[in-house]
Design a protein around this ligand. Structure first.
Ligand code: GMT
Length: 375
C-alpha cells in the first residue's frame, strides 16, 4: 500500500505513535509518506520506503495567524495526486482530520478518491476538542472520515459522550517496539545516579498541567522519607519551574535530577525501579507502556484509559487523581521488599508484551484493507 501519514512531528505521544507506525509499515514493505511541518522526531534515518514532505507555511504580513490547515490540505492534494497514494492516515483530529476532508473534496474534482483514516489520541478529544470553538469541526471531520480509530476503549467512549458521532470507532491501542524498549544493562549510569544503591523513580512527560508533575514531586518526597531514593524527571514544559520550586521548598533538590528532553528514554528507564504517572487524564499512557517494557512497574492515577494498561496490584497500582498519599503508600509497598519489586517488574514486562508492535501492526494493516474495500 502507499500510505500518507499526517501527524505532529514532535516528542508528543501522538507523533511518536504515528512515526513508529509509519516506520513499521515501511519495514513491512509499504510505501509510507509523512506529510508534516518538520521532520518527525524519530525519523532521522534513511529507508527506501519512507518519504517526507514538508508543509511549509509562508509568513505574510496580512496573516496574524498563518493558515496551516489550508497549506496542509493543499500539500495533501499534491502528494496524493503525484505519489498516487492509496490511503491517508491522520493522527490527532485537530486540524488534521478537517484538512484531510478538504483535500479529499478537492481530489474528487480530479476524479481521485482517497479514503481517510483518523486516529484519535486523547487531548484532541478530552481537552482541546471538547472546547466549544472546535466542537462542530471535530464532530464533522470524525463523521466524515472513512475510518476512525481510538487508542483506548475509554477514549472511544469519551468521543461518543462528548460529540454527536454517527461513525463507528475502532479501538487500536498504542503499541511498543520491544526491540528498542527493553531493559538495558546501564549499571554505570545507575551507579552515577544512585551511588548508595538507592531506589530510582522516573517521570517522563511534556510537563503540561494535565500530567500533574508537581504531584510526582509530592509523591517522591513522601517515599523518600521512608526509602532511600532518587527521582529522575525527563522532558520539559510549563510545569517544570513549579516542580523545581517545590523541590527547593521540600529541600530535596540533591535527590531530584531534571534531565530535560531525551532521545534514548529506554536507557533512563532501564535504571528505574518505579514509574510515576499521576495524570489528570490519559487516553492510554504510552509513556507508562514504555516504562513497563523496560521492566518498570507503574504508580499511576486511575484516570482515562490507564486501567486498560496498568493492572492493579500486578503491574503497579492506581489511585484517584490527586491522592498523593495513596500513591506514595503504594510506591513504598512495592519498593520496600526486593522480592516483591522483582515480581512487579516481571509482571510489567509480561503486560507490555501484550502491546508488542508485532501484535498491533496487523490490526492497522487489516483496518486499512477493510476501509479500502468499503470505499
Ligand atoms: O500526553 C500528551 O500530552 C501528548 C498526547 C499527544 O496527543 O501527543 O498524548 C496522547 O496520545 C498518546 C498516544 O496515543 C497517549 O498515549 C496519551 O495517553 C495521550 N495523552 C493524553 O490523553 C493526556
Amino acid at each position: 500500500m502507499k500510505i500518507g501519514i499526517v501527524c505532529y512531528p514532535t516528542f508528543g505521544g501522538s507523533g511518536v505513535v504515528a512515526t513508529e507506525l509509519g516506520k513499521a509499515l515501511a519495514d513491512h514493505g509499504h510505501q509510507v509518506h509523512f506529510i508534516t511541518y518538520s521532520q518527525p522526531a524519530r525519523l532521522d534515518f534513511f529507508s527506501e520506503n519512507l518519504y517526507y514532505h514538508e508543509v511549509a507555511v509562508s509568513q505574510y504580513p496580512l496573516f496574524d495567524y498563518p493558515p496551516y490547515e489550508l497549506v496542509l490540505a493543499s500539500k495533501l492534494v499534491d502528494v496524493v495526486r503525484h505519489e498516487k497514494l492509496d490511503i491517508l492516515h491522520v493522527h490527532y483530529a485537530i486540524p488534521h482530520a478537517s484538512a484531510a476532508y478538504m483535500a479529499k473534496q478537492i481530489l474528487a474534482t480530479f476524479g481521485i478518491h482517497i479514503p481517510v483514516v483518523t486516529t484519535l489520541h486523547g487531548t484532541d478529544i478530552t481537552l482541546v476538542g471538547k472546547d466549544v470553538t472546535f466542537n462542530p469541526v471535530v464532530t464533522f471531520s470524525i463523521n466524515k472520515s472513512d475510518g476512525v480509530t481510538a487508542v483506548s476503549e475509554h477514549l472511544r467512549k469519551a468521543t461518543y459522550d462528548h460529540f454527536d458521532i454517527t461513525n463507528e470507532i475502532e479501538v487500536i491501542p498504542n503499541f511498543i517496539d520491544l526491540n528498542r524498549f527493553s531493559h538495558k544493562g546501564k549499571d554505570h549510569f545507575k551507579k552515577a545516579i544512585a551511588p548508595n544503591n538507592e531506589m530510582i523513580m522516573v517521570h517522563t512527560s511534556n510537563f503540561r498541567k494535565v500530567k500533574r508533575a508537581t504531584d510526582v514531586i509530592r509523591i517522591f518526597k513522601k517515599v523518600h522519607e521512608t526509602i532511600p531514593s532518587k527521582l529522575l524527571m525527563v522532558g520539559d514544559g510549563p510545569e517544570r519551574v513549579n516542580c523545581e520550586q517545590l523541590c527547593r521548598e521540600f529541600g530535596i533538590c540533591d535527590n531530584v535530577r531534571f534531565l530535560g528532553k531525551q532521545d534514548a528514554v529506554e536507557e533512563i528507564l532501564s535504571v528505574a525501579d518505579l514509574f510515576l504517572m499521576p495524570s489528570d487524564t490519559e487516553s492510554f499512557g504510552l509513556a507508562a507502556l514504555e516504562a513497563m517494557a523496560c521492566q518498570v512497574p507503574v504508580i499511576s492515577s486511575n484516570a482515562g484509559g490507564l486501567p486498560e494498561l496498568n493492572i492493579q496490584g500486578v503491574t503497579g497500582f492506581m489511585s484517584n487523581v490527586g491522592d498523593v498519599a495513596d500513591m506514595a503508600k503504594n510506591a513504598i509497598y512495592i519498593l520496600e521488599d526486593r522480592e516483591r519489586l522483582a515480581e512487579f517488574k516481571a509482571n510489567a514486562l509480561k503486560r507490555a508484551k501484550e502491546f508488542d508492535l508485532s501484535i498491533i501492526l496487523p490490526l492497522y494493516e487489516n483496518y486499512y484493507k477493510q476501509i479500502l474495500e468499503k470505499s
